[in-house]
Design a protein around this ligand. Structure first.
Ligand code: FES
Length: 117
């Protein structure tokens, strides 16, 4: 059974921002949006694009590699691969949409904790 581990301190992130954190070799994404924290995998489930390198639109992140979009609230796929060309069609045909892994978050005092293991 997974336990909560401390992944950061409140106040480290400005509102509507995010950063990648490595905890015991596992890369996760910590985002602070509208006063709420979200923790997900930091790498895109398509081919590993670094989601901390993209811009936030509300709670939606867009992968910098092929444009897939995910909602950080629940990891759901908003868009699977961008574009309509032959490469996009081939990509969609060879790899089915896959949600972003999300992790339970809680706050204890000034600590941000997530259940990531
Ligand atoms: S690696 Fe993210 S959309 Fe391809």
């Amino acid at each position: 059974m997974a336990d909560f581990v401390v992944i950061g301190k409140r106040g480290e992130l400005a509102d509507d921002s995010m950063k990648e954190i490595s905890i015991e070799g596992k890369n996760i994404l910590l985002a602070f949006i509208g006063g709420k924290y979200y923790v997900t995998a930091s790498r895109c489930p398509h081919m590993g694009g670094n989601l901390s390198d993209c811009k936030l639109e509300g709670t939606v992140v867009t992968c910098p590699m092929h444009g897939s979009q995910f909602d950080l609230k629940d990891g759901s796929v908003v868009r699977w691969l961008k574009g309509s060309g032959i490469m996009s069609a081939l990509g969609k045909a060879t790899k089915s949409p896959k949600s972003l892994v999300t992790y339970e978050v809680k706050i204890e005092g000034d600590n941000i904790l997530a259940k990531i293991f």
